[in-house]
Design a protein around this ligand. Structure first.
Ligand code: THG
Length: 367
């Protein structure tokens, strides 16, 4: 197999030493940073994630920090989700759209205070867009990428492991909220969130120097819990319907096509740059939408390019993420389907690299 050659452009993380020592077997590149994809095998990692607890180096979820009197105004310009009710200590999943209503990113917004926000980004160069808006509108706000690297602790034993390192107060953090916790004299934001449906936390590690000390403290505290290094798991995230920007959607898609209409308040999100465009498209309603699709037959190969979807010999969409699910004994997948073929129960054909497969549109995601 060809290898990815490492260089300065492909950034290491504060936890790379720990990831390598844990025997990482595969990486992808995300925000020009290394993101592990496999430790033992995708299936073994999946089983372990659903049974125990894992520590994930998700440093590649970079933060765009907004700081200053216009921070809240700038944040609302970026997203059609109404942020007026958002309090410090809350996290919101927010679609970010351009002037055409196209998705630029689907980050988690973290409100530290009225005039200080983090945008925890998916894989696109959002910093440049945000700097451009801030400067173009002459806003009184600083925009930069701080030395903050998220470390996720995910799995059914996450509460137990985290309470051993940060104290029992972590158990009180509610979903998509965060609180501050001390580690080696530093105050760190710890949120109940993460890119899995197994439950857990994300620690926003501020200051690269404490990366390995924190990594080591988690592994030392969790030996009897069978803690392991892990990473976002392809199978589990498809089962859970967690979307991957750049794979499942791009700037050609509106939030409504991505099923993210529930995170849009286009009428009340005054100031949002894509608002007029979204009001126009929302009136008609989307003509294609992301759907869970079960693909028949044995395990499909990795989906490294869109697989065309057909019905009656005509193209009706594409599959963009797919994997064999041991728990559901089918290939789980996410695909964009035309309105005419998106109803649950609809039978379609997916053109995989292994040939045409029968597939069924599902009512909902598997978990
Ligand atoms: N955590 C943080 N930053 C991130 C991610 C993360 N940046 C990159 C990427 N992931 C952004 N994409 C997502 C996609 C889904 C979710 C979070 C970020 C997510 N969704 C839940 C769901 O759909 O069930 C909950 C959404 C909600 O109810 O608000 O968690 O994972 N820091």
């Amino acid at each position: 197999m060809p290898q990815i050659s490492l260089s300065r452009r492909l950034r290491r993380t504060p936890f790379s030493e720990g990831v390598e020592a844990a025997g990482v077997k595969g990486y992808t590149v995300y925000n020009r940073m290394l993101l592990p994809t496999v430790f033992e095998s995708v299936e073994a990692d999946y089983r372990h994630l659903k049974s125990h607890v894992q520590v994930w180096d998700v440093s590649c979820e970079r933060q765009v920090e907004l700081r200053g009197p216009d921070a809240a105004r700038l944040m609302q310009m970026l997203t059609p989700r109404d942020l007026r009710g958002m309090l410090p200590g809350q996290c919101y999943y927010v679609p970010i759209v351009d002037e055409t209503g196209g998705m630029l990113n689907d980050p988690v917004a973290v409100k530290l205070s009225d005039d200080r926000w983090w945008i925890s980004i998916a894989d696109s160069d959002l910093l440049l867009w945000v700097k451009g808006i801030a400067n173009g509108y002459r806003l009184d706000v600083l925009v930069d990428e701080p030395d903050v690297s998220p470390l996720a602790v995910q799995g059914p034993k996450a509460d137990e492991l985290m309470s051993r390192v940060f104290g029992d107060r972590v158990r009180d953090i509610r979903f998509f909220k965060f609180d501050m916790f001390e580690f080696q004299g530093r105050d760190l934001a710890v949120a109940r969130s993460g890119y899995s449906k197994q439950g857990g936390f994300e620690i926003y590690v501020e200051g690269s120097e404490i990366g390995m000390p924190l990594w080591n403290a988690l592994f030392a505290a969790g030996e009897d819990l069978q803690v392991r290094a892990g990473c976002p798991n392809l199978i589990e995230r498809i089962e859970g319907g967690l979307l991957s920007y750049g794979n499942d959607m791009t700037d050609d898609n509106t939030p409504h096509e991505c099923g993210l209409g529930k995170f849009c308040n286009t009428h009340t999100a005054i100031g949002c740059i894509g608002r007029d465009a979204l009001l126009r498209v929302a009136k008609e309603g989307p003509v294609q939408q992301l759907r869970p699709i079960a693909i028949e037959g044995d395990a499909v190969p990795p989906c490294d390019r869109p697989w065309p979807v057909f019905a009656d010999g005509k193209r009706v969409g594409q599959v963009t993420s797919a994997a064999w699910s041991p728990d559901f004994a089918t290939n789980v997948s996410i695909g964009m389907l035309r309105l005419s073929h998106w109803d649950a129960g609809t039978i379609v054909e997916v053109e995989t690299p292994d040939g045409m497969r029968r597939a069924t549109v599902q009512e909902k995601f598997w978990i």
